[in-house]
Design a protein around this ligand. Structure first.
Ligand code: MG
Length: 237
């Protein structure tokens, strides 16, 4: 394998916390609907509604809020009070307004790698919210390039690599989602490091490759990345 030249990081739940806010909001949503319907039904209906709506809304908080409202209307057979719909809108505004909290160890990793590699962010979701998060993160200037995309599939990665004139075998992606950050990059002939987050949104769940393909690595904490890269580049040299 060639030595790595470009490293791209996923944003949500790789550089900064995201899913934990969805988890907290989900608990509030459950509590709001508890007088009407059982918790398991709420969970199942919400994820079904979100998955169905992704094609129309894309990823992000705004689509999530619309899916919560749709779920609430459906499960209460239209009896959800307007005041509760306002509460759901407020949940969304709180999420959008939340300060960006970096994952522990991120700054140290960027310090260690910034001089030796071209660093990028490749994040997906609502353009406006992702731009806001990048700006609030305080680390935007540490990256050579920031790409905000609607979907992270093989075609997206291929397009980005061609735009930055990088060969797949010199590209390494770091992220928490097997489905979005790891599998499409491996399919393309790139390398990928999986760093799981405490929780994974059901839609992003995918099994680890059964037979560890070349170029696939997994670490428990992003702080382990510089050490892993020293091994990868050492082996390639
Ligand atoms: Mg992520």
């Amino acid at each position: 394998m060639s030595t790595i030249r470009t490293i791209a990081f996923d944003g949500d739940d790789t550089l900064w916390h995201s899913e934990s806010y969805f988890e907290a909001t989900h608990a509030q949503f459950r509590a709001l609907l508890a007088p009407h319907v059982a918790g398991e039904v709420i969970d199942r209906t919400l994820i079904e509604t979100e998955s169905r709506n992704l094609r129309l809304f894309g990823y992000g908080v705004k689509g999530y809020v619309l899916s919560m409202i749709e779920t609430a209307i459906e499960l209460t057979e239209g009896r959800i009070p307007a005041a509760d719909i306002r509460t759901l809108l407020d949940f969304g505004k709180t999420m959008l307004d939340h300060p960006v909290e970096l994952i522990d160890g991120v700054i140290g990793v960027l310090d260690a790698l910034g001089d030796r590699y071209r660093l990028m962010v490749i994040t997906k979701g609502d353009l406006f919210h992702q731009e806001t998060k990048v700006a609030r993160s305080g680390i935007a200037e540490r990256f050579d390039r920031i790409e905000i995309v609607a979907e992270k599939d093989e075609a997206t990665y291929r397009r980005i690599l061609s735009r930055v004139s990088e060969a797949p075998d010199r590209f390494l992606m770091v992220g928490n989602s097997m489905r979005s950050d790891i599998l499409p990059v491996l399919d393309l002939g790139g390398q990928a490091v999986h760093v799981p987050y405490r929780i994974t949104w059901a839609h992003e769940e995918a099994a680890e490759p059964r037979h560890k393909p070349p170029g696939f690595y997994a670490i428990g904490d992003i702080a382990e990345l510089p050490g892993l890269l020293a091994l990868i580049d050492g082996a390639a040299a």
